[in-house]
Design a protein around this ligand. Structure first.
Ligand code: ADP
Ligand code: MG
Length: 636
């Protein structure tokens, strides 16, 4: 093949691919232009997930009538004149690519009116070519209408996800910008349904309440301005308290000089600021805005400008980590009240008096509880034993706080390594199990409860010796099978709430949740949509009545975000998530009756020997092994 220059038309469509990946990227470019134009009101409207129509209307400066055509040319920008301007960019745009790119892959209409002129202009383009121009009247500002996106790039059109997914991307983007630009009023309407509506009063808290709802929006902590007041790098924003956390990192948002960026390292600075304050594998909600001199950050390194380069990245990292940490630690509630799950009754003192006090340890001090538990466990270690405790892991767990939703036994305590008979679960170092009865049986033998150790493990005696049961893992297994059987048999012990609870969620979560309502009903969770992004919870599964409906819905939405689209799997993932939060925690004192009921319920499950995440629920030490420890040489 000989080398040929691409035609202007083909070249521009290829270039568009860098900027315009999906409807949300169009919204991003157009909204950024509105903000650059000083708009205090930005209205976004879409139909069919933005594929049929995207309309962005603003009250910014407008475009001069003789410059409208120019704005649609490649590399035409009013924001940059000389190459040196690149070193201190204060606007969101600067490459002059967006309008030409979007225009080249759609049918576009631009209606704009510059305040200095008597009338406005309406320009119509198809595939980037101007097809009509006329004078028109409208208040100062600009309205851009993008129709039939990718109509001339079928390959790209094929790769678009469902309308719902596209709407979700748009909402996620708009929500972030609404928070970062509180002086601007934003609305988003999809096919006539409003999902975002912020007042534009300059009060970030008001925006948070409007996009996240009163529960979540009201709980976020403001980073005090005085932490970085006199410094070159200023950090502002809102971060979740330690009681609020999510299953993935998607709720950590970063803005640098008013631009949303994705930076793994800086996200990590935020996550690390919560070190030891959140349960393992749970992530904070954070909205962090960094302001610094434009010349200290290079924004011209990525096609969509989602990544930036810092002159001194370490300083930015430290500033973020320090301020977030200080905010969370200072403003975390002094005491977190722990409410016992009603299903297993209230805890009674069984162990030493100190354990009850531990169970109510303030959130910020729960770390020491985990350490105490470890210390207590370690002190139980027989000096000449085959049972080895590996050193405690470096990630302590949030035990005993109401929000320790995902405390898992595997990480809450040391791993057991048994060189004697460990049963059941696939512990890598365990020798093959010595089952109590039939080799094939997964079932548990009848057990007699002896007591509780370290408020984590139930000690029991059985036909084959000593049994240690991880209370959290065991309860997870019980709940998991109960909920799963609810779903399959349709016999749902659902508990109607005396008063239905309204729960608001961020638009993208609400969208996901709405899809799942029928599946949730099968689990006994009755919720219906109730206005934009709000749900009315009418009934919850009886096993979960001690969990706040808001937590329940947030968990489900987060699970849905991670899960595969296969319905059956989705249910399982959701149930696993719920069980994590609902199960009795390590650190919780159990009465003999509670332990007996739990073991009884565990015996009734199909797979009593592992938790839904595959970790062991039961560890068994045979009488022979115990005897050997005491130098009794085999026989008891
Ligand atoms: P860039 O934003 O990088 O300058 P764009 O292609 O996005 O490039 O826009 C080209 C130019 O069109 C901008 O520099 C600006 O002058 C003008 N423009 C685009 N959108 C608007 C708007 N909503 N209001 C006012 N001017 C606009
Ligand atoms: Mg632009």
């Amino acid at each position: 093949m000989t080398i040929k220059l691409l035609s202007e038309d083909v070249a521009s469509r290829i270039a568009a691919g860098e900027v315009v990946e999906r409807p949300a990227s169009v919204v991003k470019e157009l909204v950024e232009n509105s903000l650059d134009a000083g708009a205090t009101r930005v209205e976004v409207e879409t139909s069919q997930g933005g594929t049929a129509l995207i309309r962005v209307r603003d009250n910014g400066t407008g475009i001069l009538s003789h410059e409208v055509e120019l704005a649609f040319r490649r590399h035409a920008t009013s924001k940059l004149e000389r190459a040196t301007d690149l070193e201190h960019i204060a606007t969101l745009g600067f490459r002059g690519e967006a309008l030409s790119s979007v225009a080249s892959v759609s049918r576009m209409t631009c209606i704009t009116h510059h305040a200095s002129e008597a009338t406005g202009i309406q320009l119509r383009l198809e595939g980037g070519t101007v097809v009509a121009r006329s004078a028109t009247g409208r208040p100062p500002g600009t309205e851009l209408i993008v129709e039939d996106l990718f109509y001339n790039v079928p390959a790209r059109r094929k790769f678009l996800k469902t309308e719902r997914t596209e709407r979700r991307h748009i909402d996620a983007f708009m929500t972030r910008y609404a928070i970062a630009y509180p002086d601007t009023a934003f609305t988003v309407v999809h096919d006539g349904r409003q999902t975002v509506n912020t007042p534009g009063t300059g009060d970030v808290r008001e925006v948070l309440l409007s996009v996240y709802g009163p529960d979540l929006g009201g709980s976020l902590l403001e980073i005090p301005a005085d932490l970085t007041l006199d410094l070159e790098i200023q950090v502002r924003g809102f971060v979740g308290p330690t009681t609020v956390h999510r299953a993935n990192r998607g709720y950590v948002t970063l803005f640098v000089n008013g631009r949303w960026i994705e930076d793994l390292r800086l996200s990590y600075a935020i996550i690390q600021a919560y070190h030891t304050l959140l349960p393992v594998r749970r992530y904070p909600i954070a909205f962090v805005m960094v302001e610094m001199l434009p010349e200290d950050v290079d924004v011209n390194v990525h096609p969509t400008k989602a990544e930036v380069r810092f002159r001194d990245g370490d300083s930015v990292f430290r500033a973020i980590q320090r301020t977030v940490r200080a905010t969370v630690v200072a403003q975390a509630p002094a005491t977190a009240r722990w409410t016992p799950p009603t299903q297993v009754g209230s805890p009674t003192q069984v162990g030493s008096p100190t354990t009850t006090a531990d169970a109510q340890t303030p959130t910020s001090a729960t770390n020491s509880l985990a350490q105490q538990n470890r210390a207590r466990l370690a002190s139980l270690r027989p000096s000449q034993s085959h049972i080895q405790f590996p050193p405690a892991r470096s990630e302590p767990t949030n035990i005993g706080s109401p929000a320790a939703g995902s405390t898992t036994p595997a990480s809450a305590g040391p791993d057991w390594k048994l060189s004697v008979s460990a049963t059941g679960a696939p512990a890598p170092d365990a020798v093959p199990p010595q089952p109590a009865r039939a080799q094939s049986s997964q079932q548990l033998p009848p057990l007699r409860i002896v007591g509780q150790v370290a408020t984590m493990f139930i000690v029991a005696e059985g036909p084959e010796g000593l049994y240690l049961i991880d209370q959290h893992a065991a309860h997870e297994r019980v709940l998991y099978e109960q909920l799963l059987s609810n779903a399959t048999t349709g016999q749902v012990p659902s508990q109607p709430l005396l008063e239905p609870r309204a729960v608001s969620l961020p638009a993208d979560e609400a969208d996901r949740l709405e899809e799942m309502l029928p599946a949730l009903r099968k689990l006994g969770l009755e919720a219906e949509t109730f206005g934009a992004n709000t749900f009315l919870v009418r009934a919850v599964p009886a096993q979960l009545k001690h969990i706040a409906p808001a937590d329940l819905l947030a968990d489900v939405a987060a699970a849905a975000g991670e899960s595969s689209p296969i319905r059956a799997e989705l249910e399982e993932i959701v149930i696993r998530h719920i069980c994590k939060r609902a199960a009795v925690k390590a650190g919780q004192v159990l009465s003999i009756e509670e332990m007996t009921r739990l073991i009884h319920d565990l015996e009734a499950t199909e797979n009593p020997r592992t938790c839904p995440h595959g970790r062991p629920t039961v560890v068994q030490i045979s009488t022979e092994a115990l005897a050997r420890q005491f130098g009794r040489g085999g026989a008891a």
